[in-house]
Write a protein that binds this ligand. Sequence first.
Ligand code: NAD
Ligand code: ZN
Length: 387
Amino acid sequence: MKALTWHGTHDVRVDNVADPKIEDSRDAIIKVTATAICGSDLHLYNGLMGGMQAGDVLGHEFMGEVVETGTDVPNLNQGDRVVVPFTIACGSCFFCNKSLYSLCDESNPNADQAAEAMGHSPSALFGYSHLLGGIPGGQAEYVRVPYADVGPLKVESDYSDEQLLFLSDIYPTGWMGAHNADIEPGDTVAIWGCGPVGQFTIRSAWMLGAGRVIAIDRVPERLKLAHDKAGAETINFEEQDVYEALLEMTKGYGPDRCIDAVGAEAHGQGDPEAQRRDSGSTEENHPEALNEMIRSCRKGGHLSLPGVYTNAVDNFSLHALMNKSLSLKSGQTHMQQYMPPLLKTIEQGLIDPSFIITHRLPLAEAPDGYAAFNAKKDGCVKVVMTP
Ligand code: NAD
Ligand code: ZN
């Protein structure tokens, strides 16, 4: 079959690889009908994530049709239409029992490597390095889904793939990003990053009762999307000092809730290190957005961190976080917890997630999709591919 494979920094290719097979009685094989490129994939593309091997199949945002199931997948039948969560979870360990699915203790076969790096292993993720399982991803014609009795969300409505696909990651991620900020009615919520995750975080913040949403980025069409389509006030961090602007907008207090939807590849104003990182020549994680949110948040405020970090971060403003009594929640999204209720919000007409799509490509052109999404050029906000 054809699949998008990683070969090194800025080197992804559509290769012929072996068809996936059922390896466990709880597996299913899915024929992929739609798959997207995520900001998390860019961290792999730009060489920030350890544990990658040449030939790894990428992709963790996908949906499709069930073509085969193992003997212990009673919930799925051939032909069922499913959206697959990017976190792989067994459904019955200590963490799954608490609905903390991205912390599943059973799904990462390389848990010892992840524990070496972080103390404990989170769950396995599709197409996201051998550290997180080495499980081939879904930017492919077919994909093996482990624990298919737990993960895939069966959809029986006739919503299009484009309307449902983002239940596989970025809609629940934006939702958990906003939920983790503990928004109280009327709160002013500031969100760093107007990429796909930021856009869903803005919409989720409104649904969770925010009184004001302020969105920060430097890419004009992303700021425009946040402003015109999602009702956010916006700050372009290349034109304004973000801290000064936020204080002015909040009578000197700072926003009540602050969310980092940027992650490891944050840009800083005129920062030479950030420029070097633009060329993909360093694997450093960048704390610019993280520190700016800590500096700007009102005292006693809550921070949420859906943005992905892949390494320790130097110059983290821990002193400000501590002395300002800020609290911080984070995590890969506990997908299986959020998918069913968020499907309902689509069915109720509260949101149509397809608003985010700007580029539609065949899988064969995936390398062009990665290049465009990484460069944030040609108005590229979200790429959807069809195998
Ligand atoms: P993206 O790269 O498209 O968007 C990031 C945005 O941040 C860009 O628009 C960029 O211009 C902006 N940005 C850069 N530096 C900034 C700064 N200093 N201040 C404000 N904005 C800045 O990526 P995305 O798909 O939106 O994903 C965003 C982050 O969320 C990534 O780190 C991704 O890995 C992460 N993510 C996390 C989860 C999870 O489970 N927690 C799931 C999906 C994605
Ligand atoms: Zn993703």
